[in-house]
Design a protein around this ligand. Structure first.
Ligand code: DP6
Length: 357
C-alpha cells in the first residue's frame, strides 16, 4: 500500500441533487435487487437547493467502516448501504499516486476501511427524496475514490440497489429508469432522456407542507401495495411513451396532464392499499384544487403538480412569469406562519452532477 508510515488518507467529495418523479415508481418485483414493476421518469433538481454532499475517505489508519449523516453517526450495517459498498468494492481497480507514494491494489480496497460523511441541505425522509440523492451521491463518490471504471448506466444499477429512485439521480435533466426484464437486474438502469438545458424555461417550486418525517416509508408502503392493491395492475405503461414525447417536444399541456394524472393515480393506489396509506393531507388537497382551478380558468395547463410519499407539493410552472404568479398565489392562499405553515423553495431544473473534490 505504501505511503510514509501509512499515515495517508485519500478523499473524494461529490454533490448529487435529488430527483422528482413525474411518472412514479411504485412497487418491486424483486425486493433484494430492487427491481421495479414499472418504468418511471423523473426530473433532476438544481443542486443548489436540494442536494446531498458526501465525502468519502480511505486510510490504513481507519479500523472500521463508519458513516455520519448530518454530523450524527449512523449504522452502515443496513442492507441498502451494504449492497452499494459491496458492489462498488467488487469493481475497484488499482490506484497509484506516485507523488505521495501511495499505491492501492484491487485487493487492498477489499481490506481498507472507509469513513463517509454525508449532508442533506433539506429535511431527511420528509417525502423530498432524500434517499435518492443520498445513495446516488454515495455510489458516485465511492466509484471516484475506488477508481471504478463503470459508466453511469452501470453505476445507476448499483445506486438502484441502495434505493430504487436513487438510480435516476446520477443524471441531470430528464431521466428514465427502465424497469428491465433480466432476473439479475443488469438491464434495470437509468438513462438520460434530455439534459438540463433541453427545457430550461420550466421552474420547479416545492411547497413544503410539512418537513416532518413521513409515517409510512416508501419501502414498506410499496410492499403493502404490491400485496394488497387491485388497482396497481391498472397503472398504464402507455403514459411513459406519452411523457417521453411530451418532454421531447417541450409540450407543456401534455406534460402537465400526464404528471398530474400519474400523481393522482399513485395516491389512489396508496388509498387502495391495505392498510390504506395517506401521504397527502388537507393542505396538499387544497393546493391541487388551487392549481386545477387556475389551469381550467386559463383553458390550458400553466402549472403541473406531483406529490411523492409525503404531503409536500412539487409544482412545475411552464415559465418564469407563471412561476412568479404561482408564488404569489401560494403566498396568498397559504401564508407562511399560518396554521398551514407552508414554506416555499424556488428551484430551476438545470442540474448537473458535480464532483467538487
Ligand atoms: C413515491 O426509491 O424511496 O418517490 O426503492 O424502497 O428505497 P425504495 O423506495 P424509494 O421510492 C420512491 C417512490 C416515490 C416515486 C418515485 O420516486 O418514483
Amino acid at each position: 500500500m505504501g505511503g510514509e508510515s501509512e499515515k495517508w488518507a485519500l478523499m473524494v467529495t461529490g454533490r448529487t441533487p435529488t430527483n422528482i418523479a413525474v411518472i412514479k415508481y411504485w412497487g418491486k418485483r424483486d425486493e433484494t435487487l430492487i427491481l421495479p414493476i414499472n418504468d418511471s421518469i423523473s426530473v433532476t433538481l438544481d443542486p443548489d437547493h436540494l442536494c446531498t454532499t458526501t465525502t468519502v475517505s480511505v486510510s490504513p489508519s481507519f479500523d472500521q467502516d463508519r458513516m455520519w449523516l448530518n454530523g450524527k453517526e449512523i449504522s452502515l450495517s443496513v442492507g441498502e448501504f451494504q449492497s452499494c459498498l459491496r458492489e462498488i468494492r467488487s469493481r475497484a481497480t488499482d490506484f497509484e499516486d506516485k507523488k505521495k507514494g501511495i499505491k492501492i491494489t484491487k485487493d487492498d480496497w477489499q481490506k481498507l476501511h472507509l469513513h463517509i460523511a454525508s449532508y442533506n441541505n433539506f429535511p431527511t425522509a420528509a417525502g423530498l427524496a432524500s434517499s435518492a440523492a443520498g445513495l446516488a451521491c454515495l455510489v458516485f463518490s465511492l466509484a471516484k475514490l475506488m477508481n471504478v471504471k463503470e459508466d453511469y448506466g452501470q453505476l445507476s444499477a448499483i445506486a438502484r440497489q441502495g434505493s430504487g429512485s436513487a438510480c435516476r439521480s446520477l443524471y441531470g435533466g430528464f431521466v428514465k429508469w427502465i424497469m428491465g426484464k433480466e432476473g439479475d437486474g443488469s438491464d434495470s438502469i437509468a438513462v438520460q432522456l434530455a439534459d438540463e438545458n433541453h427545457w430550461d424555461e420550466l421552474v420547479i417550486i416545492i411547497a413544503v407542507v410539512s418537513a416532518r418525517q413521513k409515517e409510512t416509508s416508501s419501502t414498506s408502503g410499496m410492499r403493502d401495495t404490491v400485496e394488497t392493491s387491485l388497482l396497481i395492475q391498472h397503472r398504464a405503461p402507455k403514459r411513459i411513451i406519452q411523457m417521453e414525447d411530451a418532454i421531447k417536444n417541450r409540450d407543456f399541456p401534455s406534460f402537465a396532464r400526464l404528471a398530474c394524472a400519474d400523481s393522482n393515480q399513485f395516491h389512489a393506489v396508496c388509498l387502495d392499499t391495505y392498510p390504506p396509506i395517506f401521504y397527502m393531507n388537507d393542505t396538499s388537497h387544497r393546493i391541487i384544487s388551487c392549481v386545477e382551478k387556475w389551469n381550467r380558468a386559463e383553458g390550458t395547463p400553466q402549472v403541473a403538480y406531483t406529490f411523492d410519499a409525503g404531503p409536500n407539493a412539487v409544482l412545475v410552472a411552464r415559465n418564469r412569469k407563471t412561476a412568479a404568479l404561482l408564488l404569489q398565489r401560494l403566498l396568498f392562499h397559504f401564508p407562511p406562519q399560518s396554521d398551514t405553515n407552508l414554506d416555499s423553495y424556488v428551484i430551476g431544473d438545470k442540474t448537473i452532477l458535480q464532483d467538487v473534490g
